[in-house]
Design a protein around this ligand. Structure first.
Ligand SMILES: [Zn+2]
Length: 241
């Protein structure tokens, strides 16, 4: 069982919208097959502080909930709100890795719909999505707009900290040199990726950190949903030929 307890601070001007969205959010979450209990209620002392208490069958059910809620109107509305959560019982098992990789794949699809190389990334800590992004250098006229960088930027802004220790980055394709550098600067603890990038991959294909004197290193889990992630790439490039 995975449990989460804590508080969420709602900005005054968002209070009414939050109250409305919360009714739907509670109903949808309680209807999830893996949800054991889900309660959110305003504090008696401060109506802008909401208490959150939830329990899910396992890490997979919890990750499924995170993925659904994050993409829902509730997730959109509350993504910038300050939260202090404690989770317990969370085992980042292979199935949880796959769940977050599925989320990254959905983001990769946003990229290919926009004519960009299909890469998606999600940054997670304690089972919570901190930031997400998809590749968009062409539309953004920004050579640094890789999925990983966008996810890191979003998480750093949200948590008001340029360092993100203890976090795991899920990305559909092996990160490039620039992104490996950014992951080191951000102190990301673990990188999970799908398919290898034989040309530009800088983690295993062309390991760039071996001779780099940084003290920080991240753990690497390659090949999670690797075949599906790789197919997204080959399908995209085949369609352009
Ligand atoms: Zn990159």
């Amino acid at each position: 069982m995975v449990t989460l307890e804590g508080t969420m601070s709602v900005p005054q001007d968002q209070l009414e919208a939050t109250q409305v969205a919360l009714v739907v959010h509670i109903a949808l979450t309680q209807a999830e097959p893996g949800c054991l209990s889900f309660e959110v209620w305003p504090s008696a002392e401060n109506p802008l502080i909401f208490h959150v208490k939830e329990a899910f069958i396992d890490g997979e059910a919890f990750a499924d909930h995170q993925a659904r809620a994050g993409a829902s109107p509730w997730g959109q509305l509350t993504q910038g709100f300050a939260r202090e959560y404690q989770t317990s019982g969370l085992d980042l098992s292979a199935s949880a890795d796959e769940t977050f990789m599925h989320q990254s794949l959905q983001l990769a699809d946003h990229a290919s719909e926009a004519g960009e190389v299909p890469v998606g990334a999600v940054l997670v800590r304690d089972g919570q999505v901190m930031g997400q992004g998809f590749n968009q250098p062409i539309s953004g006229l920004d050579p640094t707009a890789h999925a990983e960088i966008i996810a890191l930027r979003q998480a750093a802004q949200l948590h008001n900290n340029y360092r993100l220790p203890g976090s795991t980055l899920y990305v559909t394709i092996e990160p490039c040199l620039m992104c490996v550098g950014a992951l080191i600067h951000a102190r990301v603890a673990r990188v999970v990726f799908g398919a290898l990038e034989p040309k530009a991959g800088a983690v295993l294909s062309h390991p760039c950190l071996e001779s780099y004197p940084s003290n920080h290193r991240f753990a690497v889990t390659p090949g999670v949903l690797g075949e599906i992630c790789g197919q997204r790439m080959s399908r995209f490039f085949a369609a352009r030929r």
